[in-house]
Design a protein around this ligand. Structure first.
Ligand SMILES: Nc1ncnc2c1ncn2[C@@H]1O[C@H](COP(=O)(O)OP(=O)(O)OP(=O)(O)O)[C@@H](O)[C@H]1O
Ligand SMILES: [Mg+2]
Length: 244
């Protein structure tokens, strides 16, 4: 995996040397296509295996009594979502622009998230949002930006556990939309704090570690920034800044 220093060197080479620019662009395009093809080719048979197991379970409910059955189903589900995340990650830089109201988008996300929390009877999480009116029209990829906010809210939910507080806010400051997702959960583990935006870095047993790296790519493709402040005592705040 290329780190930021490698990417800077590569960008520099592309700027100063026309041949290098052509070869590197071609290699990047090939790499992109190969990752998509591999994810696609593995997903097809995996989906078949998953469907067959579901049919077996429906026709022979007694299989659930096997000690490894539930774990196998969970592992298959995890692999399917890993492959989905991988192809989303691979496609995160190609944006489909439209003009939309960011206020409406964020309010809709807040309502859906609140409903999903309410429907989970085992959780007692308090969620509030303050989305400022009058942020104007925004040009960007609505679906991908929704994905970013949902990733942040999902992480906040996972960080607070069964009870805690989550706060989503958005306002326009000068020529930027500033979106904050704050929680009073466990805080980002010290050992991964500096790498959370790198792919496959996770502090969770069943995490893929792609959520934040994907979010960073999407935000940067909109020429924005994403940052985090965290402590075990206070919790975590993620701030996304998007230029208008
Ligand atoms: N709000 C938060 N509070 C505490 N830790 C967080 C928070 N958000 C992210 N993290 C830490 O950063 C890690 C990386 O997050 P990221 O969303 O990229 O991956 P993930 O949540 O582990 O897996 P997934 O790909 O399923 O989202 C998490 O595993 C977690 O340890
Ligand atoms: Mg996540």
């Amino acid at each position: 995996m290329l780190n930021n220093i490698d990417i800077n060197k590569m960008n520099h080479l592309m700027e100063v040397n026309k041949d290098a620019r052509q070869i590197i662009s071609q290699l990047l395009e090939n790499h992109h296509t190969e990752v998509s093809m591999i994810a696609h080719e593995i997903r097809n048979p995996l989906t078949l295996v998953s469907s067959s197991l579901q049919i077996i379970e429906a026709q022979h409910p007694e299989v659930k009594e096997f000690s490894s059955w539930n774990q196998t189903m969970e592992d298959i589900h995890f692999m399917c979502s890993l492959l989905n995340d991988l192809s989303t990650f691979n496609n995160s830089c190609s944006l489909h622009h439209s003009v939309f109201s960011i206020e409406r988008l964020l309010k809709n996300i807040a309502v859906s998230f609140a409903i999903s929390l309410d429907s989970d009877e085992s959780s007692d999480i308090s969620f509030r949002s303050r989305i400022a009116p009058g942020m104007g029209d925004f040009t960007g990829d609505k679906v991908k930006l929704e994905e970013v906010i949902l990733n942040l809210l999902r992480n906040a939910k996972e960080a607070v556990g069964h009870s805690g507080k989550i706060f989503l806010s958005a306002e326009r400051i000068d020529n930027e939309i500033v979106i904050c997702c704050k929680d009073n959960g466990c805080g980002i583990p010290d050992d991964i704090r500096d790498q959370i935006f790198e792919p496959f870095v996770t502090g969770k047993d069943n995490g893929t570690g792609l959520g934040l790296s994907l979010s960073k790519r999407i935000v940067e493709a909109h020429s924005g920034t994403i940052s985090a402040e965290s402590s075990p005592e206070k919790g975590t705040v993620f701030t996304v800044r998007l230029p208008i």
